[in-house]
Design a protein around this ligand. Structure first.
Ligand code: SF4
Ligand code: SF4
Length: 435
């Protein structure tokens, strides 16, 4: 695609990066077929190619974002299915990240939208605040339908419906600490505690720690580590995202310079994609660029690392049929497609893949709260495909997908690592008690 940026515009590193990305698009349109919003709405402006044109026009002409651009960029899930499909290797992720930050800087959103986004950014990345918000949501939950009917408040109804009926108790993986293996130490890793997952389902990291410890791996939950920054980053709040990411880079750098780390493991694939991208986020930062690149190089999804371990023979092959839901951040963001399914099959589960595996479930960070109508349609489509497999349960590698899918089905939805922990000697996940 031809572009027309001035030298002054290209002096800005983000614009220079976006210009290169724009030039790589040959506007063939292959990406439209796998874009969830184009599949649902059939509008070119809700396809990757249409969004690329909108972004190009806005950046090239130094135009402040307007309501139309914000509408179509906001509807993008950042699922990155378009990147998997694109034959020209267009780096849509960094282009839309830039567009979101540009919109945040140049467009004044309607008041309700601004308040909602501020509230999400102020609460979700902080486990203490999030816990209090969920406790309050428990009491407001019966009124979710009422919010649906009040103009401008439908998003609150969606948020209430996503909140859990009861909060799981805090566990050991909720605080910083070191979890040594019972036998010989064969490795040492950090595990991201993060934010929302540690409140919604601490059992996921508990399972990961048990599985790693049994395989001889010491697990560190680093002091002062927290939200990876993905949630504010996807809302275009670059400053907040950078602050959170810096804190994690410092926390893990202290560990690498102390006893050392073989890897930094992430059980929430949305966060894993962001931690792997720290090198890019800080590429022009004179203080953090090298440190960030080192942290990104150590980042692994839990499934990638577990695949390298000798787990032995499954202690209790269950024979259960599992529908594996491929989180977008795992299959498109990190291009990890086969490993989780292979691990589950090796552990004795019969794995089924639902139809349309490339399509997002509608979770996408804060998307299911900010775009509840589209997110609900994607969830229903995903659940229908999952239930068609006849599986007894669902496995996924991302808490956002787990929460989203569970809100639309009676099937138990668990994290892949919980099933692996169970199969190799850990306790049966609570959600599977009835199976
Ligand atoms: S498939 Fe790639 S090159 Fe073709 S229009 Fe989409 S982004 Fe551009
Ligand atoms: S990231 Fe997903 S929703 Fe956004 S343009 Fe690409 S395929 Fe469509």
């Amino acid at each position: 695609m031809q572009t027309n940026f001035s030298l002054a515009q290209l002096a800005d590193p983000d614009t220079a990066t976006s210009e290169k990305i724009l030039r790589s698009c040959v506007h063939c349109g292959f990406c439209t077929a796998t874009c969830p919003t184009y599949v649902l709405l059939g509008d070119e402006l809700d396809s990757p190619r249409g969004r690329i044109y909108l972004i190009k026009d806005m950046l090239e002409h130094d135009k402040p974002a307007n309501a139309e651009v914000a509408l179509h960029i906001d509807r993008c899930l950042s699922c990155l299915a378009c990147m998997t499909t694109c034959p020209s290797g267009v780096d849509y992720m960094h282009l839309v990240d830039h567009a979101r930050a540009y919109i945040e800087a140049t467009y004044r959103r309607p008041l309700a939208d601004r308040l909602m986004r501020r509230a999400l950014a102020a609460v979700l990345p902080y486990p203490g605040r999030f816990r209090i918000a969920l406790a309050a949501a428990f009491f407001a939950r019966p009124f979710a339908r009422l919010f649906d009917r009040l103009p401008g408040l439908a998003r609150f109804g969606a948020m209430l419906r996503l909140s859990p009926g009861r909060l799981p108790p805090r566990t050991a993986s909720d605080s910083p600490g070191v979890f040594p293996p019972s036998g010989v130490r064969r490795g040492r890793v950090a595990l991201l505690r993060g934010c929302a997952q540690s409140v919604l389902d601490p059992g996921i990291n508990d399972a990961a720690i048990r599985l790693l410890n049994r395989a001889g791996v010491e697990v560190v939950l680093a002091e002062r580590e927290g939200c990876c920054g993905a949630l504010p980053h996807h809302m275009g709040r670059s400053h907040d995202a950078h602050e959170l990411a810096r804190r994690n880079i410092d926390a893990w750098t202290r560990e690498t310079e102390g006893e050392g780390l073989d890897a930094i493991l992430v059980t929430t694939s949305g966060c894993g994609t962001t931690v792997k991208d720290y090198g890019h986020l800080f590429r022009t930062d004179p203080v953090y660029s090298e440190k960030a690149a080192r942290i990104s190089a150590l980042a692994r999804d839990i499934s990638e690392y577990v695949e390298t371990l000798d787990l032995g023979i499954p202690a209790a092959p269950s024979g259960l049929t599992v529908a594996y839901h491929a989180a977008c951040s795992l299959q498109h963001g990190q291009q990890i497609k086969v490993t989780p399914k292979a691990l589950l099959a090796r552990a004795g589960f019969a794995v089924r893949e639902p139809a349309e595996p490339h399509l997002c479930c509608g979770s996408a960070g804060t998307y299911n709260m900010l775009q509840p109508e589209l997110a609900g349609r994607l969830r229903d489509r995903k659940v229908e495909n999952i239930e068609h497999t006849g599986a007894a349960l669902v496995a996924a590698g991302n808490i956002g997908c787990i929460t989203q899918i569970a809100s639309g089905t009676d099937l138990p939805v668990v994290h892949t690592v919980e099933l692996l922990d169970w199969a190799y000697g850990g306790p049966k996940p609570e959600k599977l008690a009835a199976l």
